[in-house]
Design a protein around this ligand. Structure first.
Ligand code: ADP
Ligand code: MG
Length: 475
């Protein structure tokens, strides 16, 4: 049996966390046989190594030479402290210290180059921001060797072949599978534990790329697929996917099972725990994905499986996106004029703005949709130009944006099948004087989104969450 496990930033965030992580790796190896590990950069919140690397690059770009030099010192301290806590002087401590030093030198010289050139390309950003993983895997693998196990740190640049879309590179499945099997299978067969960098890949020319948001989770799913893993486990710092963001709703509970569609809906509408694209390789290959808590490992966490396995409560979770705007195109003359909607969304797409949600007004005299607040002004401007003639003829009367609003999304496959559930959601909101500005049913049919004023979002989430818990969600 083959298990692929990914450990997030907090799970490798300190010597103590890495010890826990090593324990979990060894336990899993006893049960599963083959275990391949993907690790993120060190990141005991709020200090995340990847953020420090990026900050170095950005400040260097603005002409500042002090900050990246200072950050190099901070990066050195974080990694040295972990190395001191894990590796003995008689063992590999000096070797790993020297390896980390080499990356920090590289960080400093890359930032220096950015500073001198006054240019920060996506390619340079990927080279700089991927180094956190390259350092953390070397420490973790050396620690496993120190414990007496055969383990090797591997840069995913050797495994994951991507296109050259730096910052958000797309993996090439067939080539990645061939490289991964060739490199990892002999190690696994020999009983070794590969510790692989999350987040990064490489182009055919060997240039480092990064996989975008949630990158290390994506790495785990890609490598799980390449190895035909039986399961992929994502270790993080919460008991799986929760019924709400636990930082906002302290009473949030862990959800035992979710379908891929339900998690995609949650992720799309703002839950940070997993990004939709990161799950795709597992969905394609039917590999169950489990989310577990490094700091509470006996908790079963959440299993995400194909759409047959579900039904624990009809409503499962609530999530919110703040800082969005609602754009309305309105006019009596729009009725029956073909192509208005197509032209509207065409104009938005040309700005490269993503539409988060579309709602249908009953009168058909308007089109409403939601975009990130930062894009609202340019969207309204571009629609004004697109419909200049219609505005002049008064077929379209007004194009406007309402800012400072939020989308609250309730997810659960039962939304589709349970009679009257939408009504319950609206009463829960109405009873607590949350005014619903607009509604939309998610495309996957397992979510309902409501648009509310920004100042209402906290109350909306809280009271919808009460309803979810009252109806057995998450249990
Ligand atoms: P990692 O570094 O392990 O990848 P992330 O910060 O990416 O961790 O994701 C885990 C965090 O996601 C949790 O600490 C939690 O604050 C946040 N989160 C937001 N919404 C949810 C939710 N519905 N369920 C679980 N976690 C959530
Ligand atoms: Mg994450």
């Amino acid at each position: 049996m083959t298990l692929v496990m990914k450990f997030g930033g907090t799970s490798v965030g300190s010597a103590a966390a890495m010890r826990e992580t090593a324990d979990l790796i060894l336990q899993a190896r006893d049960t599963w046989g083959n275990v391949a590990v993907i690790a993120s950069a060190m990141g005991s919140k709020p200090v995340k190594v990847t953020d420090l690397l990026l900050q170095g690059a950005h400040t260097a770009y603005t002409g500042d030479r002090e900050t990246y030099t200072r950050l190099a010192g901070q990066l050195r301290n974080i990694h040295y402290e972990a190395i001191d806590g894990l590796l003995s002087p008689e063992g590999e401590r000096q070797i790993v210290l020297a390896e980390v030093e080499r990356f920090i030198d590289r960080f400093t010289s890359l930032c220096g180059a950015v500073n001198v050139l006054g240019e920060l390309t996506p390619r340079a950003l990927d080279a700089i921001s991927g180094m956190g993983e390259q350092m953390s895997v070397r420490i973790l693998a050396a620690y496993l060797r120190e414990l007496g196990y055969d383990s090797e740190a591997i840069d995913a640049t050797e495994l994951i072949l991507t296109d050259d879309n730096f910052q958000s590179a797309a993996p090439q499945t067939a080539a990645t599978r061939a490289r991964t099997v060739a490199r990892l299978q002999p190690l696994l067969d020999a009983g070794a534990i590969p510790i692989i960098t999350g987040f990064i890949g490489a182009t055919a020319d060997g240039v480092t790329t990064t996989l975008g948001r949630g990158g290390s989770d994506f790495s785990a799913a890609i490598l799980g697929q390449a190895l035909d893993a039986d399961e992929v486990w994502i270790w993080t710092d919460v008991d799986g996917v929760m019924s709400a963001d636990p930082r906002l709703v302290p009473s949030a509970v862990s959800i035992p099972t979710l379908s891929f569609r339900e998690v995609s809906e949650l992720a799309y509408y703002g839950a940070r725990v997993l990004h939709a694209k990161t799950m795709r390789p597992c969905i394609e290959s039917g590999i169950p994905l489990r989310i577990k808590n490094t700091f509470n490992p006996t908790h079963p966490g959440t299993v995400i499986e194909d759409d047959a396995a579900q039904q624990n409560g009809e409503l499962k979770a609530v999530t919110a996106i703040k800082g969005v705007s609602m754009i309305t195109v309105e006019g009596k003359g729009m009725i029956g004029v073909p192509g208005i909607a197509a032209r509207t969304f065409g104009a938005v797409a040309r700005l490269d703005v993503s539409v988060l949600l579309i709602t249908q007004a009953s009168s058909e005299q308007s089109i409403c949709f939601i975009v990130p607040e930062a894009s609202a002004i340019s969207v309204v401007g571009s629609l004004g130009a697109e419909f200049a003639e219609e505005l002049q003829r008064r077929d379209i009367e007004r194009i406007w944006s309402r800012d400072a609003i939020a989308i609250v999304t309730i997810v659960g496959a039962g939304i589709q099948t349970t009679y009257g559930i939408a009504g319950r959601i609206f009463s829960a909101l109405g009873d607590h004087t949350v005014n619903v500005i607009a509604i939309a049913q998610g495309s996957s049919e397992c979510g309902i989104s409501v648009v509310v004023a920004g100042e209402d979002v906290g109350r909306a989430v809280e009271h919808v969450h009460e309803l979810i818990v009252a109806r057995g969600g998450g249990r």
